[in-house]
Design a protein around this ligand. Sequence first.
Ligand code: CMP
Length: 143
Amino acid sequence: MARERTISIIKPDGVEKNIIGEIYRRLEAAGLEIVAARMLHLTGEQAGKFYAVHRERPFYSDLVSYMTSGPVMVQILEGDDAIDKNRQIMGATDPAKADPGTIRADFASSIEENVVHGSDGPETARQEIAFFFSDDQICPRTR
Ligand code: CMP
């Protein structure tokens, strides 16, 4: 099993619901370690750039509005199989299709407002980590 890093975002609806701690609890209980974290309020330009891959999709402008509607909490998770592990803990994009006990099944209100984001593969993880963090903002666990 490969040791990986991935990006996790608690989106504005997750921050509003005050469940940052609950989400961290689930991630840590699964053995994932937070090696960097920051809260920020994305600008339209930042959110548009982050989700540029969805530029042509009909939901793109609503997605940018949603992601800029309040602060987000962004963290780098590290651990064995971190990318897939985080995605399993989040559940399917559409909460109606998410497995019971996942974050989205428990807290998301719709496919648009789905509480969390996670990188979908190693290359995306690398790009998303560089989008939010410089190397000196990442703290490898030394104990
Ligand atoms: P996320 O996993 O962050 O990736 C893209 C986001 O677009 C998704 O979560 C949702 O917040 C949003 N979205 C809105 N509508 C859709 C849709 N029909 N399919 C996928 N993502 C959607």
